[in-house]
Design a protein around this ligand. Structure first.
Ligand SMILES: Nc1ncnc2c1ncn2[C@@H]1O[C@H](COP(=O)(O)OP(=O)(O)OP(=O)(O)O)[C@@H](O)[C@H]1O
Ligand SMILES: [Mg+2]
Length: 586
């Protein structure tokens, strides 16, 4: 994520231009909406002309007895107002359609980006903040698009037309108008330039407040278990107060300055009335022209209020656009290669691999080994020694800093990413279940799988029995909103998932931790079947699960310190033997 402090100020407009590009995907709808708007502006601009002409005719009627028929003006006025209403009724739905489609596209782009961003990004990112950006910030753009498509065009076109029309009536009064409109706009622009950073701060604070909410929902059990409800509520209140304080400061800042600008402009109408009134008295201008000018000036005054509103929306939205585009334009650090996975049984080689998370200390240093197709490697070592890190490099959750990871003779960075990930099955330390049916959860990686396939894999994973006992069998909703499953049951769902994917290489991270021995036996049996014919990496704290491995790698502080088969390692004095003997004694 670009550091806010190092982002040059001039980049900011690009952010709004960036989201405008999404609006540009609907040129026809936009053009239609703008054309209808222009029709309405034309109508609005002609209404003062009708009133002015009527008043002039009335003046001539009184002065010289000229004929005056109000019906003509009334009919014209009413017809125009009717057309305006009709156009307005058409405009509403079209405008909403463009805006909602555009917002939908932006949501898709964010979602897409979040899915494609590397683990490295998600390590640093914060869920509450991302949720705030993909929901609240997108909502704020709704006002922006409205402002862009309508308010800005309305202001720009109306101001130009009105000023031209006033010049056409009396050039002197045209100059008077310009002399007040320009300083007013400059003043508003000046205040507005101070506003954008304030909105950015407000949105960031909103993200922080959201983080507290999200963490408390996700971690509600921990909060309760440690009886920390009170202090979490207090933490939330503090964040909320800081957010609300900043929000009201920003709103008040603007609310206090718009009237100043409007006051400056408000002096125009009396000035025009005074100058114009003298011209009428001297017989240099019909009273109807003065009426036109006063009506136009009132329309300009209305637009000045809109300039204030528009600026506020734009500044607010530009802060949101910035936050959204930071996600969308975040560079995807893991790029797919273009080679197909070569034929082979899943030989894996690490060639002098080193890796570090961010700039901190090395998590893996100079790791080299080779494993033949169908073999099983066990990785053991103390907690934090880099076991998970090592296996994460195989499906490219992270890329190596030095060296190469090679599958069947090809550097993983050259392979098509989706193909690579499909051929490496990973069972994480924790199994995540989606709020979906048991069948859908098993078929997560292969949504097109048939029910027979799903059941076959569930049987192989020793999961068929407990799934059949659920209320609706395979159609029971599990996961967050459904039936809760035990740790061992979740694991068997994960094994069934892996069976269905039929990967060439399998990674099992601490797969039999925290279950009773009966379940462990079931899981071990399922695992044994799953590993058959696949190259397997097993990370396990328990040596009982790794004794039969073809190779055992012992990691310590990111380095391989011992390697070999169980009976070889047990001969030597080292970490492996110490831990193994320790476990036997228990
Ligand atoms: N996402 C991450 N960002 C930064 N550092 C990390 C990250 N994940 C792990 N580390 C660090 O890298 C080192 C190795 O961690 P790793 O998770 O690979 O250990 P492990 O051997 O799998 O431990 P365990 O047995 O507890 O699962 C540790 O020092 C850890 O703090
Ligand atoms: Mg681990």
């Amino acid at each position: 994520m670009p550091d806010a402090a190092t982002t040059p100020a001039r980049v900011k407009p690009r952010n709004l231009v960036g989201v405008m590009a999404y609006l540009g995907r609907y040129p026809r709808l936009c053009a239609l909406a703008v054309s209808l708007l222009l029709v309405n502006i034309c109508i609005e601009m002609s209404l003062p002309q009708i009133i002015g002409s009527a008043m002039t005719q009335l003046q001539y009627h009184f002065e010289w007895g000229a004929t005056f028929s109000p019906a003509v003006f009334v009919q014209l006025y009413v017809s125009l107002v009717l057309i305006r209403a009709g156009v307005g009724m058409l405009l509403g739905p079209i405008r909403n359609r463009v805006i909602q489609r555009t917002l939908g596209d932006i949501r898709n782009a964010i979602y897409d980006s979040l899915q494609r961003l590397a683990f490295r990004y998600h390590d640093k990112a914060n869920t509450g903040e991302l949720i705030s950006r993909s929901t609240t910030d997108v909502f704020r753009l709704q006002d922006f698009f409205f402002a862009c498509l309508f308010i800005s065009i309305d202001i720009a076109v109306s101001l130009v037309v009105i000023i031209v029309l006033i010049f056409a009536v009396r050039p002197l009064l045209g100059w008077v108008t310009l002399a007040t409109v320009i300083p007013t706009i400059v003043l508003i622009a000046f205040y507005a330039s101070k506003l954008q950073p304030q909105w950015r701060k407000v949105h960031d604070l909103h993200g922080e407040m959201n983080t507290v909410i999200q963490e408390n929902i996700a971690g509600v059990r921990v909060v309760k278990a440690f009886a920390r409800e009170q202090s979490e509520v207090a933490k939330f209140r503090t964040k909320r107060d800081v957010f609300l304080g900043r929000l009201s400061d920003t709103v008040n800042y603007w609310a206090a300055r718009v009237p100043v600008a409007q006051f400056v402009f408000g002096l125009t109408t009396p000035l025009a009335l005074w100058l114009g009134g003298r011209m009428v008295i001297r017989g240099e201008m019909p009273v109807g022209d003065l009426a036109k000018i006063v009506l136009y000036l009132m329309a300009v005054g209305h637009r000045m209020g809109m300039v204030g509103q528009f600026t506020n929306i734009v500044q607010n939205a530009s802060a949101s656009a910035e936050r959204i585009l930071e996600i969308i334009h975040e560079p995807k650090t893991i790029r797919s290669g273009d080679k197909d996975l070569p034929a082979g049984g899943g030989a894996v080689e690490f060639d002098h691999v080193s890796f570090r998370y961010f700039d901190g200390k090395a998590s893996l240093t100079d790791v080299s080994f080779r494993i033949e197709p169908g073999q099983t490697v066990a990785i053991v070592g103390p907690t934090g020694s880099g076991k998970t890190t090592l296996v994460n490099l195989i499906p490219r959750f992270y890329d190596v800093d030095d060296g190469r990871v090679i599958i069947d003779g090809e550097d993983v960075r050259n392979l098509r990413l989706t193909e690579l990930r499909r051929s490496v099955g990973v069972m994480f330390q924790e199994t995540f279940l989606f709020s979906a049916t048991a069948a859908e959860n098993i078929a997560f990686g292969q949504p097109e799988a048939t029910r027979e396939d799903i059941e076959r894999c569930a049987r192989a994973a020793q999961a068929h029995e407990f799934i059949s006992e659920l209320e609706n069998g395979y159609d029971t909703v599990i996961g967050e909103r459904g039936v809760s499953l035990s740790g061992g049951q979740r694991q068997r769902i994960a094994i069934a998932r892996a069976f269905l994917m039929d990967p060439r290489i399998l990674i099992l991270d601490d797969a039999t931790a925290s279950v009773d021995s009966q379940t462990e036996r079931l899981i071990r049996e399922a695992m044994r079947k799953l590993c058959e014919g696949r190259t397997t990496f097993v990370i396990a704290q328990r040596l009982s699960t790794v004794q039969h491995a073809d190779m055992i790698l012992v990691l310590q502080q990111g380095r391989i310190v011992e390697r070999g088969r169980h009976d070889e390692l047990i001969q030597r004095s080292g970490f492996y033997r110490d831990v193994f003997e320790g476990q036997l004694r228990r």
